[in-house]
Design a protein. Structure first.
Length: 269
């Protein structure tokens, strides 16, 4: 069993502890954004647990008490399901060596997993992780989430594509803008609370997106989470999983040794 899996049980235990000390990271605003009306948010750390550093995290999601995590890299890509309450690894599926695994999301009866440049979406049984079929799509696959009605997919650009959760057919696109400027390299996605949260690749930023207009309504500065140097420059912040029934999230990064339970809060918090 890979390192760090059993310790995920402490995440579930931490959810019942009200008196955790909160660490708030100070937002550093980019030059020229002082006049922005976009809400600037802090990361409030509620708990830190070990995370398997062999996981090159591309997708992270909680569904029905299971933490699903997709790991990338050609020849090393895999999909893992872990019981959130106990920390036990339930199952793991390995992708063929020629596929680079990317983002994932779970609907009621299926799990969709993207691939980076192969143009293949894999539909899986969320209980067994067994592949049911493959569906072709155009362009690259980066992040994926489900808003309850449709899938939302990123491709590394400033555009999000809406897709049918049953067929994976595209149904529309959304251009993402921050103060009128495109936000490119949108990566891992999480649909929660009627908005879309997105990692911005190679940055410590997470943006909150209005799914109707594409406007960025909030920017989270998640810098300073790690106190050790990453294994490589590509081991960046990536992975957002909303904790159902709360306003909290699990976040981590590629090859990161830690998983953080957090809230995204305004400066006065």
């Amino acid at each position: 069993m890979p390192r760090g899996i059993s310790t995920l049980a402490t995440v579930a235990a931490a959810l019942t502890i009200a008196a955790l000390a909160a660490v708030v990271l100070v937002v550093t605003m980019p030059t020229g954004c002082a006049a922005s009306t976009t809400q600037q948010l802090h990361v409030q750390i509620l708990a830190v647990v070990p995370h398997d550093p062999t996981m090159y995290t591309e997708g992270l999601e909680i569904h029905n008490g299971v933490l699903y995590e997709g790991s990338g890299l050609a020849g090393q890509s895999r999909l893992r399901a872990t019981a959130l309450a106990s920390g036990a690894m339930l199952r793991e599926a390995t992708l063929p060596a020629d596929l680079f695994g990317e983002g994932l999301t779970v609907t009621d009866d299926r799990l969709w997993q993207l691939t980076w440049t192969s143009g293949i979406a894999i539909e899986r049984d969320p209980a067994t992780l067994a592949q049911r079929r493959r569906v072709a799509y155009q362009g690259q696959g980066w992040g994926l989430c489900h808003d309850g009605h449709r899938l939302v997919m990123s491709d590394g650009s400033d555009r999000l594509t809406f897709r049918d959760p049953g067929t994976f057919a595209p149904s529309g696109q959304l251009e993402v803008r921050l103060d009128g400027e495109p936000v490119r390299q949108l990566n891992e996605l999480e649909c929660a609370g009627g908005v879309i949260w997105a990692n911005v690749f190679e940055t410590d930023r997470i943006v909150r997106i209005n799914p109707n207009t594409g406007a960025v309504t909030g920017v989270v500065d998640a810098s300073g989470l790690l106190h050790t140097q990453p294994q490589s420059s590509g081991d960046v912040l990536n992975g957002i999983a909303s904790i159902p029934g709360t306003d909290e999230f699990l976040i981590t990064g590629k090859h990161w040794p830690s998983l953080f339970r957090v809230r995204f809060v305004p400066p006065s918090s």
